[in-house]
Ligand binder design. Structure first.
Ligand SMILES: *Cc1c(COP(=O)(O)O)cnc(C)c1O
Length: 394
């Protein structure tokens, strides 16, 4: 067995007093008391990110959905998204009564800017950039293209907390940034999400639609003018976060810099080992990008489909679970499995990438020794595949 790559980190014990208080009082709804943990989390998260406003909600999917609704897009508006993302993204678009349009993603897991530009000129009303597994696309090119056409950009930063682009926090570059507190993300509340923006009118609408019914918006420290205008004008979707989840997240905020630093150390250790072998290539980050990974993605070099399956099986025997995005059954990150949005055209570049891209969890709490074991297991699994090929003279 190699390292334990699946157990979450413990929640810091700093959360205990607040949890006891919530247990004793039953004060779980965010709008019962003033300065509830959810409201405090919003303030702390916005400050940490350098954003004016934050709204905590039930998931990143809810944050994406509310962002689209708060942009006031008409029914059937076309929203450009990358073809490599989690199914939650096209789902949020469908939920907002809009149409997802997919653009190609290259071998390095980043948006193909030529295809993005071509599709942007095809009647697009909004863009969601998904920083998949924390890989940042060329945000300078994307923002220049979108700003020139006055097209709003939503950043799906669910899995990118702590990443920076040219020193700026991911999630603060577009009009809105959305993050997740689901257990596989950097901050773990089991479920939850948050959106950040500097746009008072947008956040006011999102706050109301998230379920700040009647005058509950008064418990948000946002310009009240922005709220009054929307009173009774918007549907309530009730996607609020509860106080217990907020307490769990708040206790972890101080851990973010350590998790980012150790996650990057672990990633780079394994990346260097894999990239040095003839079996794999590990795409480099873009120059302005400082990553915050908690997993590693790498491409198999010239594996047949059968060799790829053998490789995954050998690695599993050695204790490392690898998923090939395009080859694991019903994978939610393979666009052809998003049957709910209908057929999506060719997208062969993304398809080819998904067939060779491997995904391995690499939590920040692993030691360097653990990381070396993981890298060695992956390399041995590949060597077993190609030794067999050599024996059979293929
Ligand atoms: C996890 C994830 C989501 C969805 O987050 P939820 O909080 O589970 O809704 C969306 N996009 C990406 C890139 C993710 O990694």
């Amino acid at each position: 067995m190699t390292a334990d790559m699946h157990t979450a980190e413990p929640i810091p014990s700093a959360a205990k007093d607040e949890i006891d208080r919530l247990l004793a009082t039953g004060d779980l709804f965010r709008y019962t008391s003033d300065n509830a943990p959810v409201a405090v989390l919003e303030k702390e998260f916005a400050d940490m990110m350098g954003a004016k406003y934050a709204l905590a909600v039930s998931s990143c999917s809810a944050a994406l959905f509310l962002s689209l609704k708060a942009l006031g897009l008409p029914r059937d508006a076309r929203v450009l998204i990358p073809a490599f993302t989690f199914a939650a993204v096209p789902s949020a678009v469908v939920h907002a009564d809009c149409q997802p349009v997919l653009c190609e993603v290259a071998d390095n897991y980043r948006i193909n800017i030529a295809d993005f530009q071509a599709k942007l000129d095809d009647n697009i009303s909004a863009v969601i950039i998904s920083h998949m597994r924390g890989h940042t696309s060329d945000m300078d090119a994307i923002m220049a293209l979108c700003d020139a056409r006055d097209i709003p950009v939503i950043e799906d930063a669910a899995h990118s907390l702590g990443t920076t682009w040219d020193g700026q926090n991911i999630g603060t570059i577009g009009r809105v940034g959305c993050f997740s507190f689901q257990s596989y993300k950097l901050l773990n509340a089991g479920e939850g999400g948050i959106l950040i923006t500097d746009d008072a009118d947008l956040v006011a609408q999102a706050v109301i639609m998230s379920g700040a019914y009647e005058h509950n918006w008064k418990k948000h420290p946002v310009l009240h003018d922005a709220f009054e205008k929307w009173q009774n004008k918007l549907p309530l979707y009730n996607l609020r976060l509860n106080n217990m989840s907020a307490v769990l997240v708040r206790a972890q905020l101080a851990e973010v810099p350590r998790r980012v630093k150790d996650g990057l150390r672990n990633h780079d250790r394994v990346a260097t080992a894999l990239d040095a072998s003839p079996y794999f290539s590990v795409p480099a980050p873009l120059a302005p990008e400082q990553r915050a990974p908690d997993s590693i993605q790498f491409n198999m070099v010239d594996f047949t489909a059968e060799q790829a399956q053998d490789f995954v099986a050998h690695a599993a025997e050695l204790g490392v679970k690898i998923q090939i995005f395009g080859a694991s059954e019903d994978n939610a990150r393979a666009f052809w499995n998003w049957e709910f949005i209908g057929p999506q055209g060719d997208l062969s570049q993304t398809r080819n990438m998904l067939m060779q891209a491997c995904d391995v969890r690499l939590p920040a709490r692993l030691s360097i020794d653990d990381c070396d074991k993981v890298a060695n297991a992956i390399l041995s699994a590949a060597a077993q595949v190609f030794d067999k090929a050599a024996q059979y003279g293929t």
